[in-house]
Design a protein around this ligand. Sequence first.
Ligand code: HEM
Length: 183
Amino acid sequence: MYGLVNRALAEMVTADHGAEVWQEIKDASGIDVGEFHAMMPYPDEVTVGLIGAASARLQVSPSVVLRALGAYWIRYTAKEGYGDLLQLAGGSFPAFLQNLDAMHARVGLSFPELQPPSFRCTDVTEASLIFHYYSERSGLTDMVLGLLEGLGQLFSLDVSITPLTLKDAGADHDTFHVTYAPL
Ligand code: HEM
């Protein structure tokens, strides 16, 4: 994945635990990279290794790290110059979720090797929808939960998410029942 993702993880861990802890995590994952370049693609194994090492060092499950990273991603991209893309993506939470593929297509103009996820919303009402997540990757379900929570914060909504089907459990793709109400 592009270094932007690894940079977000670095910044999140450093903000919460300090630069030394982040260095220990990088050392433990065996990655000999000083700073990640946002616009450079790195093997997915690099990100997976960092998540695993962060989980071990911080003594939380990889799910907890991924979920926190998902929520952090919304704040991080907004301040790293992608705020306009976030704004363009839609004026409401459900509109935003329905525009995610178009948004990643725009992201792909700057990141030519992007392998973006794909999302679909069905059964959309004023207070709930079914959110479908498709990816060439696996293991990122918890990041999607965090992303939805981060978007809830962005739109000042109380969001609850119930997984319905999971690719990890043999389903074709992940689906979530998502409900949202004003805070
Ligand atoms: C302007 C904001 C955003 C930018 C710049 C952005 C950019 C990116 C980039 C660079 C990647 C790495 C993919 C690769 O390198 O192949 C990625 C992956 C991903 N993005 Fe976004 N993204 C944004 C917002 C969002 C939002 C709001 C969601 C909410 C669901 C989202 C969901 C994901 C997921 C789940 C992945 C993991 C890749 C996968 O599942 O295969 N992104 N995005």
